[in-house]
Design a protein around this ligand. Structure first.
Ligand SMILES: OC[C@H]1O[C@H](O[C@H]2O[C@H](CO)[C@@H](O)[C@H](O)[C@H]2O)[C@H](O)[C@@H](O)[C@@H]1O
Ligand SMILES: [Ca+2]
Length: 558
């Protein structure tokens, strides 16, 4: 194998396509029914062939798994089911050898209640010998459990309060998520140092960065929502200074599920930076909403509402991830619409969102899957694909919490879909076996052999995206038209202008586009090179089939 080390460019993340996966459910190397690092290492050629640039691995740390690993019991270890630290090092070396970068998931806000810090903290502020218990102050405690009453509850289906009484300690501890995840006390500088120590540990091993989990919630203050506080930003800037000073070229990606005006603050400023990337949460539900409404106005409005970001900044865009399709960043009316449109079965709802995968959300409709991918890959931001969506995997509503969208990767039609040599009922989650989405029908091997498959289509789109840097770096300009079912925009980078036209309606649509800024230019399809009529002074007429899209290059004089 050629040694294709990742590109040395410091802003590599601006043109990267990311791929999110869980080691536990991707590939099992030792046949125990649980995915592991050796299994993942064995599938790196697939990921390289698909055409992604950076893997984002869900939490791999030792954990009691009460929140799929977001309940960390040791920041410096590997969960024994997933392999050893040596297995991790081999995996990272092999990924880098294939030109793939890897980021981890740093769960900053909280630990597992099983973490030794919390177990020590429960002994109270003072130890039996009268000395202070330094670990007590690693967490946020109260004698009454009444403080910070303005903070919302995030896991609304399971939690009734952000405080839980710890019987051993006789005090209440603060938790923004499950009660099994006590929040760390970021007013304690030792806690900040511990997290920075964890960051250094993995970056010293060569990791390319972190997605940083749940960053808005680090600090609590009375009479506030306890989200996005200035003191929280100050701590995050401290993390960034460590990365820039000691690990230039590594990435910090913020998971801040917030409105545009708040999320943009997580980039920091040119001179006092925070994150290189932030997820664009608000645009995601509007992609789905626009399909059902056959009206793309909300996409344009939310994109127009995104403030400018510092020169180093880049958005992260996505269609689905390991959580529910979150509906926190929509209005109450929009949320009601989304539930009615996409969650007809009550089991599909969880907390403030919908726990379904991409293909079932879109009725397994190939045209809609292509349309949303085509828009995702063309909008500003670095796209993040969720494992299995490239082959159209389904979900399992009988699994609890968000685990229905976390079933094993489907590699072939053999035992347990090629995920494991163990039988399906011995796997961590059972592989999907139903006739529509099951591994007998939906799997990598079958799609690799079919030039018309979704997998092959996704891979070709990634090739096209890579061949046209305007997708990664271009300025966005929406094109006016007389038909809101069409989302039309240009991406301009240097002399290159790309034109994207996407029909969100389930019927053929005609529209006239205002391309007056491009008179004299000839649109040419990126795939196939077909020439369209030259843009003239008059509105540019287009006819679009249902859920059809075009990726075009505007060539010729301006
Ligand atoms: O570690 C706790 C949780 O942190 C992330 O949560 C995010 O997802 C939530 C929905 O599941 C969302 O409501 C919240 O705003 C986010 O911070 C992580 O992605 C979760 O898997 C995890 O449970
Ligand atoms: Ca295993």
């Amino acid at each position: 194998m050629t040694q294709a080390q990742p590109s040395p460019q410091p802003e590599w993340y601006k043109s990267a396509v990311f791929y999110e996966l869980s080691v536990r459910t991707f590939a099992d190397g030792n046949g125990d029914g649980k995915g592991d690092f050796p299994g993942l290492t064995g599938r790196l050629d697939y990921l390289r062939g698909l055409g992604v640039d950076c893997l984002w691995l869900l939490p791999w740390y030792p954990s009691p798994l009460r929140d799929d690993g977001y309940d960390v019991a040791d920041y410096l270890g590997i969960h024994p089911d997933l392999g050893t630290l040596e297995d991790f090092k081999v995996f990272l070396r092999e990924a880098h050898a294939r030109g793939l970068r890897v980021i981890g998931d740093l769960v900053t806000n909280h630990t597992s209640a099983d973490h030794p810090w919390f177990q020590a903290a429960r002994r109270g502020p003072t130890l039996p010998d009268g000395s202070p218990n330094e670990y007590h102050d690693y967490y946020v405690w109260s004698d009454t459990g009444t403080e910070y009453a303005d903070a919302r509850i995030i896991f609304t289906d399971t939690e009734t309060s952000n405080w839980t009484l710890d019987e051993a300690c006789g005090r209440y501890y603060w938790h923004r998520f499950f009660s099994s995840q006590p929040d760390l006390n970021f007013d304690n500088p030792r806690v900040v140092e511990e997290l920075i120590g964890a960051l250094r540990f993995w970056l010293d091993l060569g990791l390319d960065g972190f997605r940083v989990d749940a960053v808005p919630y680090l600090i609590e203050r009375e009479d506030t929502s306890c989200e996005n506080l200035p003191e929280t930003h100050a701590i995050l800037r401290q993390l960034r200074r460590v990365v820039d000073g000691e690990y230039p070229g590594r990435l910090l990606l913020a998971e801040a599920n917030q409105w545009p005006e708040e999320v943009v603050e997580y980039f920091g400023t040119e001179t006092d930076p925070e994150f290189h990337m932030c997820f664009n949460f608000p645009v995601m539900p509007r992609l789905y909403m626009s399909l059902k409404r056959e009206d793309t106005t909300s996409i344009r409005e939310i994109m127009d509402r995104l403030p400018a970001v510092p020169s180093f900044g880049q958005w992260a865009t996505f269609l689905r991830n390991h959580d529910e399709l979150t509906l926190e960043m929509v209005t109450d009316d929009e949320r009601a619409f989304m539930y009615a449109a996409y969650a007809p079965d009550h089991r599909m709802k969880i907390n403030v969102g919908i726990r379904r995968r991409l293909a079932p959300l879109l009725d397994n409709d190939r045209r809609r899957m292509e349309l949303l991918h085509a828009v995702l890959l063309a909008l500003p931001g670095s796209p993040i694909l969720y494992y299995g969506d490239e082959i159209g995997m389904g979900d399992n509503l009988t699994l609890s919490d968000r685990n229905g969208v976390r079933t094993p990767m489907q590699w072939n039609a053999g035992t347990s879909g090629g995920f494991s040599s163990a039988q399906p009922d011995q796997c961590f989650y059972p592989p999907i076996g139903d006739p529509v989405y099951g591994y007998g029908r939906v799997n990598v091997t079958a799609q690799e052999q079919d030039p018309g498959s979704l997998l092959k289509w996704v891979s070709r789109q990634l090739d096209l995206r890579r061949a046209h840097p305007a997708f990664a770096h271009g300025d966005l300009t929406f094109v006016d038209s007389d038909n809101p079912a069409l989302l039309t925009f240009t991406r301009q980078h240097g002399d290159d202008t790309l034109l994207v036209v996407a029909n969100f309606a389930a019927s053929a649509q005609a529209a006239n586009l205002d391309l007056s800024a491009h008179v004299g230019r000839v649109p040419i399809t990126l795939a196939g090179g077909s020439r369209f009529p030259t843009v003239g002074e008059e509105p540019y007429p287009v006819l679009m089939g249902k859920h059809e899209y075009y990726w075009l290059k505007l060539t010729g004089v301006r």
